[in-house]
Design a protein around this ligand. Sequence first.
Ligand code: ACO
Length: 311
Amino acid sequence: MHSRIAGTGSYLPSRILTNSELARSVDTSDEWIRAMTGIAQRHIAGDGESTADMAAIAAKEALAAAGMRAAEIDLIIVATITPDLVFPTTAATVQAQIGARTVGCFDLSAACSGFVFALSMADGMIASGKCRSALVVGAERMSRLLDWTERSTCVLFGDGAGAAVLVASERPGVRSTSLHADGSTPDVLRAPSKRSPYLHMEGGAVFKFAVRSLVEGGQEALQANGMTSADVDWLIPHQANLRIIEASAKKLQVDASHVVVTVDHHANTSAASIPLALDQAVRDGRIRRGHNVLLLSVGGGFTWASCMLEW
Ligand code: ACO
């Protein structure tokens, strides 16, 4: 038995914070942010808007796209590093908000790689016959991890959620996944940092690591499926920085016309970034049945992961 994605959904808060608006409160500029990251704007959750609220909206949209009811879901995983509470988990809150049954629910923490890690877990559960369907969500409220006076980090992130419904299938939707982590350099990217409650990042080191690990993940996925980069219809890399995306795609020899880019309009939404981009490309008709879709993630931890999907 295999698993395949039957529907996707996403949610971005209505409040949009543009680069120019940000430049009024920190020493930065629209030109610098666009040139260095490709980001034009980010969405910021409202005061009463929780990570679970955003996750539940994306989840409902994914269920509608799959033509399924919440009661048909056998497992819920929410990938997040910004849960609202230590417990109940975000996933349990989503279960209640969407009206799912009392099925197993848990949060998964793997920073920006969380969605691909969660997809891999759900695929394993379905492939082993332990369940027939799963709801996988990536949801983040990164705005509360940021020091809004620190220009080197606050311009990079945003809030949002993306979701996918996985169902048991005779044909492989999920063809392969690979998961990695390296905990040997915890201070390069961490939250809270040693000195403050906020996210700390050594930008240059993260940039180099991100390109290296996205390429490694991509090569691993191609090899696992006996494919070359010419077989990839759509590459969906973690949406952190356009320069990271372009450098990785070039090294993997995937043409820019086959790369989904959404970082410009929502910045880095951590675990939500890949499902947000996936949902966009599915809804605008770029991703079609039979396409090979390669998801590549990298995040704090460090973590990195790949998933090859046949749509
Ligand atoms: N506006 C204007 N100037 C800025 C800003 C800003 N927002 N931020 C930093 N600068 C300045 C610095 O102070 C520095 O000035 P100086 O030369 O006078 O000292 C100059 O710009 C260059 O700073 P660097 O940090 O050396 O610039 P770099 O080339 O490394 O680019 C950037 C910075 C864009 C953050 C880059 O390092 C990067 O994208 N790194 C990866 C970040 C990322 O994707 N993180 C995701 C984390 S989680 C994950 O998804 C893996």
